[in-house]
Ligand binder design. Sequence first.
Ligand code: 5CA
Length: 446
Amino acid sequence: MRLSNFFLPVLKETPSEAEIISHQLMMRSGMISQSSSGIYSWLPLGLKVLKKIENIVRDEQNKAGVNEILMPTIQPADLWKESGRYDDYGKEMLRIQDRQEREMLYGPTNEEQVTDIFRRSIKSYKDLPTLLYHIQWKFRDELRPRFGVMRGREFLMKDAYSFDLDHDECKKSYYKFFISYLKTFRRMGLKAIPMAAETGPIGGDLSHEFVIISETGESDIYFDKRILSEDSKIEDVAYDNDLEQVVQQYNNYYTASDEKFDQTEFDNNVAKDQQTKSKGIEVGHIFSFGTKYSEAMKANVLTSEGKQAYVHMGSYGIGISRLVGAIIESSHDTKGIIWPNVVSPFDIGLINLKSSDEKINNICNDIYSNLLNENVDVLYDDKKDNPGVKFSKMDLIGLPLQMIIGNKTIETNEVEIKYRKSGEVKYIKVENLPNFVQEIKKSSAI
Ligand code: 5CA
């Protein structure tokens, strides 16, 4: 993509309403544009990151054997009346009437909708477990929407649902999601700590939230710091292993957010020098709630003994749009964002320092088209701005690697390579660039 053709409305000033760094940087780098309180448009740069995160989440759900579906954003109130949650949900739910004056709502979550799909289609224990997920916009009329996409009113969530014959089978599904979440967050370069949690309006008896450490997080978290080194091999865990054992390794460490925290328990379980208190951002939350919805909504299957049994269910959420902010919170410096390669909106930023010079233009154009031929997603700054503007813009938007070409580098027939994260700079001969590109592709340096 040529920058001259790319809609990137960067701001010079930090918007005063943006209190935390991720919100400031998302606004400054033109990733989002506010529509109303807690509701945002996603502009090209932001949308590319959102899609990358979405695709990692999707890939990990598919690998765990979960089926992707797409449920509507607008749901009939009748389903929520059946479960009893229509009144419970209160003002956080956006209620709508259609032209026939039927009560509808904009979904804040989908337990009812998915249970309806399940009960219409699955009648036998032979079809269990059934695992479904979708990635869809949600609306919650939060009392205090804030911090940009971190606590929005409209936000993108991956929500998955499991249906099993009994409590033990349901636990197996729960463990599967538990492991898939650790794999997912790790792929994004995040260390997410699983913490036993309250179940709130979703209900149930078993729940974990996945929290990443961040000074700007909304919850206080307390944990045994040894849990941070636990997930080093999580990508190698296969789903046909004994997952309970793996989950147990995590559960052995004391972790709690403020609502569950108990100082005496903390002191009894964790040596003083391992005790850590911090702030955290909840990026995922999983629940196991037995037959709460299946009984209320009559979702039952025939067992092997020919009896009817209510299915045991769980639900599993990941805040995809929140993750965009959460990743920035954990990866930035004074100049701007530092994207982990896997979610970066482009692989490389190519900077032409003198686009009025024909020779430099020709070299840059060649490099640009060669990179595109190699399937490298490159943002080519071909604009006429001065070098300072170009450098600070490229640093702000945080692409992992920059290629810089100007008078000085051309004298020696070289390209300057700058790594955004380390600040390391090196020079490569133009004719060696194809080799260099092959190398960095192989080493996943981009
Ligand atoms: N039905 C369950 C699991 S599918 C559920 O809704 N869980 S939840 O309420 O915990 O939400 C799941 C995830 O969505 C949270 O962990 C969080 O990362 C994200 N999330 C929740 N509310 C917001 C919000 N207002 N803005 C941005 N992300 C949110």
